[in-house]
Design a protein around this ligand. Structure first.
Ligand code: DQA
Length: 149
């Protein structure tokens, strides 16, 4: 079974409490339960990981392949906009990464329009709320199918 790692970065543990007008009223647990349900329907195995710490995110990315994952779906939160370390971590592994944002980052403040991680990802999904993670699961499954020889 395909194994995909789902990573949420800083402040995403605050979902439900944090700016509900932008991010909705559901919690990280709700998000992870929804992703889990979607993955079962798709026949994909997933692990969800969240951290507010850049180094912890880097460690998880570095170890992903050794832990048996074939792709990563990641919402890097604010690190999207400035973490060269996160970008380099993505570049340093041989796994496809799909970047997800709950909000439409292109319709918000100027600084959110720039992503340092999107150019090293296979694609970006932004603005579809929690459903974006499910979209990413479908996209990753299709992408990995295309890679099979
Ligand atoms: C976010 C958008 C980022 O700009 C912000 O810093 C976040 C959440 C999103 O999911 O819409 O923390 O990644």
């Amino acid at each position: 079974m395909l194994k995909i790692l789902v990573i949420n970065g800083p402040n995403l543990n605050m979902l439900g409490k944090r700016e509900p007008g932008i991010y909705g009223s559901q919690s990280l647990k709700d998000l992870e339960n929804g992703i889990m349900e979607a993955s079962e329907k798709l026949g994909v195995e997933i692990k969800c990981f969240q951290s507010n710490y850049e180094g912890a995110l880097l460690d998880e990315i570095h170890q992903a392949a050794d832990n048996g994952f074939e792709g990563i779906i990641m919402n890097p939160g604010a690190f999207t906009h400035y973490s060269i370390a996160l970008r380099d971590a993505i570049s340093s592994i041989d796994l496809p990464v799909i970047e997800v944002h709950i909000s439409n980052v292109h319709a918000r403040e100027e600084f959110r329009k720039h992503s340092v991680t999107a150019p090293v990802s296979i694609g970006q999904i932004s603005g579809f709320g929690f459903y974006g993670y499910e979209m990413a699961l479908h996209a990753m499954k299709e992408y990995l199918k295309g890679r099979e020889v």
